[in-house]
Write a protein that binds this ligand. Sequence first.
Ligand code: PDD
Length: 281
Amino acid sequence: MSRIAYVNGEMVPLDQAKVSILDRGFLFGDGIYEVTAVISSRLVDFENHAKRLKRSLSEIGLANPVTQQRLHQIHHDLIAANDLQEGLIYLQITRGAAERDFGFPATSEPSLVMFTQAKTVLKNPWAETGIKVVSTPDLRWKRCDIKSTSLLAQVLAKQAAAVAGAQEAWMIRAGKVTEGSASSAYIIKNREIITKPLSNAILPGVTRKALIVMIAPLGLKLSSRAFTLEEAYSADEAFITAATNFVMPVVAIDDKLIGTGKPGPLTLALRQAYIAFATAE
Ligand code: PDD
């Protein structure tokens, strides 16, 4: 059975899902996106993904081509059409197709495309082993709070990780870790969870937002501040969060083992708390 994608109002087999070569997403990266996890054929934290989507659109002066209710319906229709049990839905809205010119076109219609990817989320084997991270310069622009489809810096960062045999890259700006190429970054020291506060320098993670309220009930403290690589190397534990990774332990950074070199107990407790939230919704 072919996967079914959504393209501007129509459900079509993936191999027939097409947009124009003049689409501004293709030409300029002039668009935004969202990735929402799916567990037991249900969306995880859709409301907060929709909220961030609305903000990203507004920050780049782009109107949402559909209502939030319709967006929710299309997500559900895609899950059903693909019989998706576990994985994700990718959504992208661009400024649409128009004659190539940098400024906003007068007449283009925004383009909305969505597709599914099956992925093991709850029993992701990385949660058992932990992942390795490498540090890399943060080459991105100054509006990393917008979930923009212009992702070349993150593509290069993730590739640097892959070449080094790691699964994620932590990006460094002004001597501090900003975040992962596609995830939020955290370390734990003396039962304190340390993560960079929200600003234009990082993406406001939807998983981060939900996880932060789970910290105090576990008897842990949240410290919203940027941390250095040296602090990370000597942390008790480290982890990342992202829509389909949930809470993922980090066991090595730049080939230096973190803590015991195994997923840390507090990280695993946070992962369990997040799984309980994601499956209870
Ligand atoms: N990435 N920071 C960056 C730079 C990201 O790209 C992501 C997510 C996150 C975590 O955000 P959230 O918890 O809302 O997924 C943080 C997605 C999953 C991606 O690009 O595939």
